[in-house]
Every structure is written in structure tokens, then in C-alpha cells.
Design a protein. Structure first.
Length: 473
């Protein structure tokens, strides 16, 4: 795209103004701000659809006995004194290992003494781990497509998620669990892997207009729109660890992303629960940890603006600062549309894959099941606490530009190359996998080929996390 393409035809572009804007670029924290204001907070649509096939072939998981369902309050009542020490240790770890980590205020430290009832114990725990008080934390399972009814009572989505309904949630069926009933660990893990997208991280910043945002000490929201509930989650689900130095110099707030904090917190709690006989919460916390790890396998959660190079980012930001916002606004819209369209294709392809599982795992949508299961061969990686940053997000970031190019070339231009169209507002009910299968099988196949390696990473690192927990029991 030439410089001339960005000119405002109503008036000439003042060279001096642009030069001054470029000189200020290294001091301006605005390059990605608008882009992320519109960016989706969700990395993959419905993690449970992909988590189940990623784990169902693990013999060490399959041979585990069903676990007994218990309430969070029962777990806290049994473990409260030990959780004091555990959460203090977790806080020390986060301060030492997570760059730009905002320390938990001392007033939020989890203390067991003096809790008059189970509700107060839960309130203290929610505050200590700094999640939304509106998170439902109910006892439930997510039904997989085609799963036979088993007599469990259906649950309304509003009893599971604090977020508004959308196409992905509308397609999911939830059922209630009863305290004490047995449930397979795989079912707990798959269900819990989607749960952080149900409102755990809503309204946690001081400019979100919430009581928790004022109390939790995270500071002002580093990017995204603080007035949009779903947008307030983004900094916990994205990890921009591999941008160029000049981008960090111009937008240091990009360092304030915290999936590592969430992964280690929930993994630590999972280990404790599994070791102390609270297997249900052990696997549920493990599912929460894997959610944030899985998010980092999504290229649009590991790069600020896939498909937009550093020089172009600086240039369009300079134009914006000089009073010509069109180029930046168009880049924002296109990246957001491609992110959302890719999620739509992944979700609808996975739903198709469940329907096609009987046809084998050699290609097409069903081939995604094979990718998730590791059918491509090779040993799974090990798990280390620095892996989410050093390895998982690096692989996603390195794939981002090529993926963005494939999306632009494979999907209808209206959805991914027209800056006047907003996918999130105008594409409800669209099934991109079905659309391409009907109108452009070659485009569908190209997207499948681009998606399969991402699903392979999703599966491999999910299993690596589970094996690390099994080894530490």
C-alpha cells in the first residue's frame, strides 16, 4: 500500500506535521490501542470442542476413576488454612516471574480466620485470586455435539456465564451436576477449559466502573475498550511477548498482558487440589489453566496486528496523530474482522468435524480431530513455567503473518478485506466453513491447512500441561 493511498483527498498532507508525528511515535502509547479496543477477547470459540479430542486418547487420563463433584465452598472450607500459604507462595512467584505484574494488594490476601460462613470464605477467595465476583462458578458440564442425554437437568446459559449470549454460546448445551455424583475427569477438563470465557476476568481494571476494578490493583486497562464488558478480559487472554523493540518503545502498555499469571495460579491450585483429595476441583482448576495456555496458540492473541509490519504500524499511527485516522481505523477493522472470521471458521469447522468423525481423520474438517490428537506424529513437548511465553506464544506469533495472508486470500472479501464491514456486528449466524464448502472448496482447504498446525499445537501443549499435573500428584 503506497503512502498516497493514505492521503486525505480533502486537503494536502502536511509533511512537517507528519515528521513531527513520527518523531513523537516512540513516546506515544497509541499504536495498538485502537486496534485492541476492537479486538475480540476470545481466542478460540468454545475451547471444550477442541480440548476433548486433544485429551481423549491419553491413556493415563482415560484410566483415572471418576471424581466426586463438590462445591467450591466445600473445597475452601476443607483447605482454607493451607490455601493461605499456597496463595502467598503463588503471589511471590508472580512478582518474581511475570514482567510488569501488578502486585496483589495486601488487603486481598486470603485469610481463613474469622470467616463466619461459606459465603464469606468464597468472597475472600474470589478477591484473593482477583476474579470477577459475578463469575457463576456453578456445578455444570458442557454437552458435546451428538452426546447422548443422560438424565441430567439442562441449565440456562445465564446460570453458567456472566456474558451476553452470542452465536457460540447459543450453540452450547449445559447440564447441571449434583454434589457427590461421579464424573469423568475428561468431562471436567473439557468443560472447564471453556469457562474462563464465561466471565472470570470481567471488569477487573480500575477504569471499568466496578467495585472489583477499584479494589484489585491491576491499574487502568492497558488496551481495549474499558466500557465494553467482554473487552475488559483481553489483557488476561493475550500475550504480546514477541513484538519488535520499537513497538514496545512506542507502546509499553503491550507488556501488561497476564496469561502467564493466570496459568500458573490455576495450575498451582490444581496441583494442591489433586494432592489433597479434591480431584473435582483439581481438574476444574486445571481446565482453567489450560484455557489461557490454549489462548496463546492463537496467532491473533500473540501478535498485535498480524499482517501489518512495524514500519507500516508506525506510519499509520503517525498519520493518526497528525489528524488522518482513516488508515489506522481501517487496519483496526480489518484485523478485527479477520480475527473474528478465523474464530468463526474454526468453530464451525469443529462442529462439522464432530459430525464427520466416523469418516476418519485423514482430511477435511475431520482432519482437525486428528491434528488435535497428535495424528501427525512426533512426541508431545514437555511443560515448563516459562513455556507459555518462550515457546507457545512464539510459535503462534511466528505463524501470524502467513495466517493473516491465508485468511485474506481464502475468505470472501466482504468479510475480511472491506473496512466498511464489521464482522462482529453484521455476521451473526454465518457459518464460514459451510459457506466455503459450498462456494470455494479450495479456499476452505487452504484455511484447513493453516488451521491444522494451530490445532496440533493446541493439543500438544494441552496434553503437556495435563502430564505435568499427573506427574506431580
Amino acid at each position: 500500500m503506497s503512502i498516497a493511498d493514505h492521503r486525505d483527498r480533502a486537503k494536502p498532507l502536511p509533511t512537517a506535521a507528519v515528521a513531527r508525528a513520527l518523531a513523537r511515535a516512540a513516546r506515544a502509547a497509541t499504536i495498538a490501542l485502537a486496534a485492541l479496543a476492537a479486538a475480540p477477547a476470545f481466542a478460540w470459540s468454545n475451547h471444550a470442542l477442541s480440548t476433548r479430542p486433544a485429551l481423549e486418547a491419553m491413556p493415563e487420563l482415560a484410566r483415572l476413576a471418576p471424581v466426586k463433584v463438590e462445591t467450591l465452598e466445600a473445597f475452601l472450607a476443607a483447605e482454607a488454612p493451607r490455601l493461605e500459604k499456597l496463595l502467598d507462595e503463588q503471589e511471590r512467584w508472580a512478582r518474581e516471574h511475570v514482567p510488569a505484574y501488578p502486585p496483589r494488594p495486601d488487603a486481598l490476601r486470603f485469610v481463613a480466620a474469622g470467616a463466619v460462613d461459606a459465603a464469606e470464605l468464597r468472597r475472600r477467595f474470589v478477591a484473593a485470586v482477583r476474579i470477577s465476583p459475578d463469575a457463576r462458578l456453578s456445578l455444570f458440564l458442557q454437552r458435546q455435539p451428538g452426546e447422548a442425554p443422560d438424565g441430567r437437568a439442562p441449565m440456562a446459559a445465564s446460570d453458567v456465564t456472566a456474558l451476553p449470549r452470542d452465536d457460540a454460546v447459543d450453540a452450547v448445551k449445559f447440564v447441571a451436576l449434583r454434589t457427590g455424583e461421579p464424573v469423568p475427569p475428561l468431562a471436567v477438563l473439557a468443560t472447564a477449559s471453556d469457562e474462563p470465557d464465561y466471565g472470570l476476568d470481567l471488569g477487573l481494571w480500575e477504569d471499568n466502573g466496578t467495585a472489583q476494578g477499584r479494589a484489585y490493583g491491576f491499574g487502568k486497562q492497558p488496551f481495549g475498550n474499558p466500557a465494553l464488558d467482554f473487552g475488559t478480559q483481553a489483557p488476561f487472554h493475550m500475550g504480546f511477548f514477541h513484538e519488535s523493540r520499537i513497538i514496545y518503545a512506542a507502546a509499553g502498555f503491550l507488556k501488561r498482558t497476564y496469561p502467564e499469571y493466570r496459568i500458573h495460579l490455576w495450575k498451582t491450585l490444581a496441583q494442591h487440589a489433586l494432592r489433597t483429595g479434591h480431584e473435582y476441583w483439581g481438574w476444574r482448576f486445571a481446565g482453567w489453566a489450560m484455557h489461557y495456555l490454549q489462548d496463546l496458540t492463537q496467532p491473533y492473541h500473540a501478535r498485535v496486528l498480524p499482517g501489518v509490519g512495524t514500519i507500516r504500524m508506525l506510519w499509520i499511527n503517525a498519520l493518526h496523530m497528525a489528524g488522518w485516522p482513516k488508515a489506522r481505523n481501517e487496519a483496526v477493522t480489518l484485523v478485527s474482522n479477520r480475527h473474528l472470521a478465523f474464530e468463526n471458521f474454526q468453530r464451525t469447522a469443529m462442529l462439522t468435524a464432530y459430525r464427520e468423525r466416523g469418516a476418519g481423520e485423514r482430511g477435511g474438517a475431520a482432519g482437525l480431530i486428528g491434528a488435535l490428537r497428535g495424528a501427525g506424529g512426533g512426541a508431545d513437548p514437555g511443560y515448563a513455567d516459562d513455556g507459555p511465553r518462550a515457546v507457545v506464544s512464539r510459535r503462534a506469533a511466528d505463524a501470524a503473518d502467513a495466517l493473516d495472508h491465508t485468511i485474506a486470500a481464502s475468505l470472501p472479501a466482504r468479510y475480511v478485506s472491506d473496512p466498511s464491514f464489521e464482522f462482529g456486528a453484521s455476521a451473526h449466524g454465518v457459518d464460514l466453513n459451510a459457506l466455503l464448502s459450498r462456494d470455494d472448496p479450495a479456499g476452505r482447504d487452504a484455511l484447513m491447512q493453516a488451521l491444522a498446525p494451530r490445532m496440533a499445537d493446541y493439543g500438544a501443549y494441552t496434553r503437556a500441561l495435563v502430564r505435568s499435573l499427573l506427574a506431580g500428584r
